[in-house]
Each structure stands twice: as structure tokens, then as C-alpha cells.
Design a protein around this ligand. Structure first.
Ligand SMILES: C[S@@+](CC[C@H](N)C(=O)[O-])C[C@H]1O[C@@H](n2cnc3c(N)ncnc32)[C@H](O)[C@@H]1O
Length: 210
């Protein structure tokens, strides 16, 4: 996940699903103003082309990603003066930079949380980034039926040599239900439309579940 050019040219599926998510939460996105962080922004194309147009006009957006290559590419291709900037950030870090804590009115994250081994830590960090009352909307993959096929493919000598690479990239998919989106609010009010594994994490962290 460090080839911004290739990713930006091939993320049509992600874009389609992000647009669908935005359609479902259109009011929430329209009302997003203040400072917004897009966590796991990748090369920055979805941040600028999809997120920026659907949030409030006054919003200031920061795209954040663990990959220096992605951030460098995003800065070069998608930064917009005073409107959209990009920073390196590991959402699983155990030392969240102090200058980011409670600095955002909203957090979004599209197709990035499932790359985290420690989902809980990532969610705790997203929570810390938010100001009191801040809201997060997250789209992630917890499981896809294609992953059920991989063990079978591994048994086939034609595919076996390639499977290790695939297994390395999916070994972080440690949750066991289908893909999802969910929102949460820093004033501990709600968690919507999340799957059971995430519900457990939220429940144990004093969120109210609707
Ligand atoms: C599939 S891309 C999604 C990019 C963009 N959000 C989109 O939907 O097109 C996942 C991104 O998450 C980033 N990522 C993975 N682990 C991360 C972490 N711990 N902290 C921040 N970003 C991370 C990867 O570097 C990658 O750019």
C-alpha cells in the first residue's frame, strides 16, 4: 500500500462505495464544518474529489496516512491552500502527537481501518483526535467472501506461489463479519449500523449502541 500512482488509478470500487456511504449519510456530511481529518487518506484523490465537495464549504480538511509515499504524492497532487493539507500519521500509534489531540470536529476513514492489527487502539486514537461532541464516520472491511476462497486457491499449485503475498495483506483482517460502516460521536451518544465485533469494542468502551 505504498504505490500512490497505482492505487489512485485503481480505486474505482472504493470510490463507488464511498459515494454510496456519503449518500446514506448525506446530511451528516453536508453539515460537517470546522476541521475534518480523513484517516488513511491514501494518495489523496478520494479526499479532494469525493470528500471536499460533499462537506460544508467552510470545512478545513487534513488527510492523514501512515505511508510517506502516499502523503508525498497527496501533497504534490491534491493539496489545496488553506483548505486541504496532508500529514503522516499512524492511527495505531501509542503516542498520538499532542498537537493533534482534540483538534478535529469530525473524523472520516474510508477503507483503512481493516489494515490495522490493533483495531481498538486505532479507534481510541480516532476518538482522541475528536473535540468533545465530534463525530466520526468510518467505512471499513471486516470480511469479504473472497477471503473464504483464498485457502482453497492455496491448495492449487497454479496459485500457491502467489497466495503468501495475499495472506500477508489480509492477515490483519481479524474481524469476522461482513463489510460495514458506522458512525460514533465523542459525546458517547451513538453507534449505528456496526457489526457485532465492533459493537463489542464500542460497548466495552462505554459507547451507547442503538
Ligand atoms: C485502501 S487505502 C484507502 C485510501 C483512501 N481512503 C480511499 O478510500 O481511496 C488504505 C490506506 O490506509 C493507509 N493505512 C494503513 N494503515 C494505516 C495506519 N495505521 N494509519 C494510517 N493510515 C494507514 C494505507 O497506507 C493506505 O493508504
Amino acid at each position: 500500500m505504498n504505490q500512490p500512482n497505482k492505487y489512485a488509478a485503481t480505486n474505482a470500487t472504493q470510490i463507488r462505495n464511498i459515494l454510496e456511504l456519503i449518500g446514506q449519510f448525506s446530511e451528516e456530511f453536508r453539515n460537517m464544518n470546522g476541521r475534518i481529518i480523513d484517516i488513511g487518506c491514501g494518495p489523496g484523490n478520494t479526499t479532494r474529489d469525493i470528500l471536499v465537495p460533499c462537506v460544508g464549504r467552510e470545512a478545513v480538511i487534513v488527510g492523514a496516512d501512515i505511508s510517506p509515499e502516499m502523503i508525498e504524492y497527496a501533497k504534490q497532487h491534491y493539496a489545496v491552500d488553506d483548505k486541504l493539507s496532508f500529514i503522516e500519521l499512524d492511527m495505531q500509534t501509542s503516542e498520538l502527537p499532542k498537537n493533534l489531540i482534540e483538534q478535529f470536529d469530525h473524523a472520516v476513514s474510508f477503507y483503512a481501518l481493516h489494515w490495522c492489527k490493533n483495531t481498538l487502539k486505532a479507534l481510541q486514537n480516532i476518538y482522541k483526535l475528536l473535540r468533545p461532541g465530534g463525530k466520526a464516520i468510518i467505512l471499513t472491511i471486516s470480511h469479504h467472501m473472497i477471503y473464504d476462497m483464498y485457502p482453497e486457491q492455496e491448495k492449487d499449485p497454479r496459485f500457491a506461489p502467489y497466495m503468501q503475498v495475499i495472506f500477508i495483506s489480509i492477515r490483519f483482517l481479524n474481524l469476522s463479519h461482513f463489510s460495514m460502516d458506522f458512525t460514533f460521536s465523542k459525546n458517547k451518544t451513538f453507534v449505528l449500523r456496526t457489526r457485532p465485533t465492533y459493537r463489542k469494542i464500542f460497548h466495552e468502551n462505554v459507547f451507547l449502541l442503538l
